[in-house]
Design a protein around this ligand. Structure first.
Ligand SMILES: Cc1cc2nc3c(=O)[nH]c(=O)nc-3n(C[C@H](O)[C@H](O)[C@H](O)COP(=O)(O)OP(=O)(O)OC[C@H]3O[C@@H](n4cnc5c(N)ncnc54)[C@H](O)[C@@H]3O)c2cc1C
Length: 449
């Protein structure tokens, strides 16, 4: 019976990046992917990432007229009535997802990784209460594969994680309909040359954006919403009434969802790891998950690489540093952001206008921090300045006490959650008590929906 060092379920961006990182270290890796090779990553056309991330994750650069769609610098966040731009000047690269993924898969294959396309996982194989392999089916029937590690990179369906026995050590929740963010993209053609898009614009109040497209005469008009696509359409209608967009024709629409909930408290257990969208690693403020997942993958590839080289067991205890390092590097910031967002998205259009005008809450500094995936922190004097502006808002009738209370509560929750994640246990000992407190803190935050 062949035993792979790692079996990766799902060969999209997270799975193939992880496969490449392990393959490059010389380990035997099998990727089982539900889609056929020509369909993998075709759930939507274009995605983008910061140009600096190509160096950070040593990623293959897309090529003109192949997988590269566009490159642009700069983004302006605007108020509910389209005023007070808050710019940042990062450079973004847009890529055709399937074509770029094939480039990444090519690198993984070159590193010796084996792919089984059109082979969806059907079950986990357990022995003595430990995951030791998977079953999947292809045209010829059901097959069994064995590995020292099973990595679930299957996205929102989380096909392996949800099959874990209760109390296996990684939560086996399904990512429910109310825990997803519903994204609709309009691929539009602009009628007038003067309107062609050079920078990105975003309107956080509606969670809408206008981004360049592969077609220089076009744009991608996006809206994201909690609950369902219909809600997104309703908000998009309100947005178009308040903000005058250039004249356009829609060429086609794309829809998809991203996870919008806290990640499992632990990603690892005996011979198992949950990664990427399956572990809800999307950026809370943007819903993007390609590179935020790579942060976890790099940590995991490093820890697992060392364990495999030292011929150590991939047990929960030995894999535990992946949890701790991830929380330190990104998890606690994202947890704090998620808690803040629950409050920051409850203001009215007029209040949003006030915040943009006074440069508080939706401030230039907060957008600059978020562009770098950081949570904003305030010094005492800055807090006093914010408080004084808020008092002015209440006195002039532009801000309600209720909104201020919600915001203050969100900030307090965010701080408490960040501090608690800072105390994430370095070993599995004390984890249950840590989870019990975390549960209480998340309950105090309320729900995104
Ligand atoms: C419309 C839209 C636009 C987005 N734009 C961006 C963007 O610009 N930048 C960004 O960073 N993020 C973006 N995101 C988010 C990003 O797509 C996800 O965070 C990212 O794709 C997560 O990658 P993943 O590999 O973890 O999961 P997925 O991309 O969901 O991949 C999971 C893979 O697992 C496979 N699979 C499923 N079931 C099984 C099974 N039973 N057996 C085997 N394999 C299985 C699937 O076929 C798939 O290939 C966008 C999302 C949407 C919906």
């Amino acid at each position: 019976m062949k035993q792979y060092d790692a079996i990766i379920v799902g060969g999209s961006s997270t799975g193939s990046y992880f496969a490449r990182q392990l393959g490059k270290q010389g380990f035997s890796v099998l990727v089982v992917e539900a889609s056929s090779e020509d369909k993998v990553g075709t759930n939507y056309n274009i995605f983008h990432m910061n140009k600096t991330d190509f160096t950070r994750f040593n990623l293959p650069l897309p090529k003109e007229n192949e997988d590269k769609a566009y490159e642009f610098t700069g983004s302006d966040a605007l108020s509910a009535y389209d005023h007070y731009p808050k710019p940042h000047e990062l450079t973004m690269i847009g890529m055709h997802k399937h074509a770029w993924l094939m480039r990444l898969i090519g690198e993984a294959k070159k590193a010796g990784v084996k792919y089984q396309f059109a082979s969806p996982l059907t079950d986990l194989i357990l022995k003595d209460n430990r995951v030791i392999g998977i079953k999947c089916k292809d045209k010829k029937g059901e097959k069994e594969y064995y590995g020292k590690l099973i990595a679930d990179c299957s996205g929102i369906p989380s096909v392996a994680r949800v099959k874990l026995p209760e109390n296996y050590g990684v939560e086996n929740f399904e990512i429910s309909d109310t825990e997803q963010f519903y994204v609709t993209l309009r691929y539009a053609k602009y009628k007038h040359e003067k309107d062609y898009v050079k920078r990105q614009r975003t309107w956080p109040f509606y969670k809408t954006w206008e981004a360049p497209s592969a077609d220089p005469t076009g744009a991608i008009l996006g809206v994201g919403a909690t609950l369902n696509f219909e809600k997104g359409e309703r908000i998009y209608g309100e947005f178009e009434k308040a903000v005058k967009l250039p004249e356009y024709e829609v060429e086609y629409l794309e829809r998809g969802t991203t996870p919008y909930r806290r990640p499992p408290y632990s990603f690892v257990s005996d011979s198992f790891i949950a990664m990427g969208d399956c572990a809800c690693l999307t950026k809370p403020h943007l819903g993007e998950g390609v590179t935020s997942s790579m942060v976890q993958v790099d940590i995991a590839a490093d820890v697992i690489g060392k364990l495999l080289k030292e011929k150590k067991d991939l047990s929960r205890e030995n894999l535990w540093p992946i949890n701790k390092f991830y929380v330190e590097e990104q998890g606690k910031t994202f947890a704090g952001m998620l808690a803040t967002l629950i409050g920051a998205t409850t203001s009215t259009a007029k209040e949003n206008e006030f915040f943009f005008k006074e440069d508080i809450i939706f401030s230039k500094a907060s957008f600059a921090a978020m562009a770098k995936d950081q949570n904003i922190t305030f010094s005492t004097s800055e807090m006093i300045g914010v408080a004084m502006k808020m008092v002015k808002g209440v006195v002039t009738g532009k801000l309600s006490i209720k909104t201020i209370n919600i915001l203050l509560k969100a900030m307090k929750n965010s701080e408490a959650i960040t501090l608690h994640y800072d105390q994430f246990p370095t070993t599995p000992e004390g984890f249950e008590a840590w989870c019990a407190t975390a549960d209480k803190l998340w309950q105090a935050c309320g729900k995104m929906t």
